[in-house]
Design a binder for this molecule. Structure first.
Ligand SMILES: [Zn+2]
Length: 265
C-alpha cells in the first residue's frame, strides 16, 4: 500500500513510510483499510488497486493499493463553495467571512448538527476532528467535509484557499453572523453608533441579517493585511487556477460596497 506523501501525517508515526504492508481481507473494503490507518476518505483521491481505479466500497483484495491525495482545487458540492465550521474553528470562520465566503458557524453546534448542516445545505464541513470525518455520508462525492491541518488561523486560511480556490469578495459579509453587508448612512444608523464613531467615520454598512453596524475601525488595518495575504495565496496558485481566481476576484471587487469595513462597536 502506498499513501501519498501529503497524506502520511495522518498515519501513526511508525507507519509514515512510502510503502506499507497490510493484510488483504475480503471481509473489509479498501475504504475501511484506509480509514483504519487514520486517513479520512474525505482527503483521498481516486484509489487504485492493482492498476485499476476502485471505489472505497470495493473489497480489499489485491496486491498494491495506491492512496493519492484529493486533487486541489477540489470541486465542492456548490460553486462557489459554502462552508460550515467545527466549533473549534471560530477564528477561521471570522477570517473566511472577512474574505466574503459563505460560512455557517455556531460555537455550540454538536457533531450531529455539523454533519446534518453540511449535507442539508450542501456545505463543506471544515474540521480537525478525524472521527467526524469518518462519517460515510460526508466522504461520498461530492465531498461534504475536509480536514484542516493547521492550528493557527493564517495557515488554516491558506489551506482552505488552496484546496477550494473560492472566489473572494472581501468586506461584503458580517463577521459575527455571516450575513451580507449593505451600505448605509450615518443618519440611518443614528443611535446605534457611539458618539465618537459618528464624529470620526463617514462610511458605514449594516448587516442585512443581524442589523449590526460596521465601519472602518481602528483594527481594520490588520484585516486589510489579512485580505491582501489571502489574495496573494490565490495568485500564487498554478497558472490555470490563478487565471480563474483572478477573473472571479475581478468581478467580486466591483461588488464591494464602498469602504464598508468591520469595526465592531
Ligand atoms: Zn450580522
Amino acid at each position: 500500500m502506498e499513501v501519498a506523501p501529503a497524506l502520511r501525517f495522518h498515519l501513526p508515526p511508525p507507519r509514515r513510510r512510502p510503502a506499507l504492508t497490510v493484510p488483504a481481507d475480503p471481509a473489509v473494503t479498501v475504504g475501511h483499510v484506509v480509514q483504519a490507518l487514520g486517513v479520512p476518505l474525505t482527503e483521498v483521491g481516486q484509489l487504485v488497486l492493482d492498476d485499476d481505479p476502485v471505489d472505497p466500497a470495493a473489497r480489499a483484495v489485491g496486491a498494491r493499493l495506491l492512496v493519492p491525495a484529493v486533487p486541489a482545487p477540489q470541486p465542492a458540492p456548490t460553486s462557489p463553495p459554502r462552508f460550515v465550521l467545527d466549533v473549534h474553528l471560530g477564528s477561521l470562520a471570522r477570517r473566511l467571512r472577512l474574505l466574503g465566503l459563505d460560512v455557517a458557524y455556531a460555537r455550540d453546534a454538536a457533531d450531529d448538527d455539523l454533519a446534518a448542516t453540511a449535507l442539508a445545505e450542501d456545505r463543506v464541513l471544515l474540521t480537525r476532528d478525524r472521527e467526524l470525518l469518518r462519517r460515510r455520508a460526508l466522504s461520498v462525492p461530492p465531498r461534504h467535509a475536509a480536514f484542516v491541518r493547521a492550528t493557527a488561523v493564517e495557515p488554516q486560511t491558506a489551506e482552505v484557499l488552496r484546496r477550494f480556490a473560492p472566489p473572494l469578495a472581501p468586506w461584503t459579509r458580517c463577521l459575527v453572523c455571516g450575513g451580507p453587508l449593505e451600505a448605509t448612512t450615518k443618519a440611518e444608523l443614528g443611535e446605534l453608533l457611539p458618539a465618537g464613531t459618528r464624529r470620526t467615520y463617514d462610511e458605514f454598512a449594516r448587516c442585512a441579517r443581524c442589523g449590526r453596524p460596521f465601519w472602518r475601525g481602528a483594527h481594520s488595518r490588520g484585516l486589510e493585511e489579512a485580505v491582501r495575504r489571502a489574495q496573494e495565496v490565490l495568485e500564487e496558485m498554478p497558472r490555470v487556477i490563478g487565471e480563474t481566481a483572478h477573473d472571479v476576484q475581478g468581478d467580486a471587487a466591483q461588488q464591494v460596497p464602498g469602504e464598508a469595513a468591520p469595526g465592531v462597536p
